[in-house]
Design a protein around this ligand. Sequence first.
Ligand SMILES: [Fe+2]
Ligand SMILES: [Fe+2]
Length: 279
Amino acid sequence: MLPTRRDLHFRLDPNLICTWRNADRKTTHFYNALSIFFPEGERFFIHSVRHYRDRISDPELQQAVTAFIGQEAMHGREHTEYNEAMQAAGLPVHALESIVTALLERLKRKLPAQMQLSTTIALEHLTAIIADALLNHPQWIDDADPNYRALWRWHALEETEHKAVAFDVYDRVFGRGTAAYLQRCTGLIGATALFWPLVLAFHLSLIRADRKAPRIRGWGDVVSMLWHPREGLFPNIARPWLDYFRRDFHPWDHDNRAQLERMAEWVAPIKISEPALVA
Ligand SMILES: [Fe+2]
Ligand SMILES: [Fe+2]
């Protein structure tokens, strides 16, 4: 299955940037914190995949790489606008983005290209399992503002659509030997250890900076959003996260292709401008 680059623009209402998720500031800021990582993170993904592009001879995978780059570039563009709305609302987003930029620049300088690609496929695994959890629990954002909701679902659907592309590049270039496997596992451990502490720190930083966020009320909702045994994000991604360490793991072992049929139902009616579909 080939991913499709969709040139969509979500016309987010900047006045809702702190409240778009059910008028609840604290949980809205969790999603907002994730958004801070995307523009720079996605440039890093593109950079590390592009490095190995010439080593791919399979024309279908080549096409998938082109679509992957196109999708990530569109995500970066939309999340840049999203993040600017946060900055305009007085949230310290530029400062937080500069932390992400500095970290990724350091990884580009210090890590060998294979480890950069391994980090990318690990982060793509994290985004794919978060996306799958979001798509499996429509109630998480059912009552959200329609444009913000459409943007998150579009991003989750496209992360699903291209979840195996960078992985397949790694697979073709480095194979399935022990060294490639160990480096892939190291990538996930490192990416997880960097990503979640930063997300949680950014989340707290946004809540602190939002003067209208209640000081006491709402923390229970945050804990429940993340840790509720059935409804929480972390319990829902724990198993699929672990599956990555199986020697023969492939992203499509989690076969959630059926979710992709929701693109028309969830994204198309909500937006915006007509999509300029470019295969
Ligand atoms: Fe993305
Ligand atoms: Fe991605």
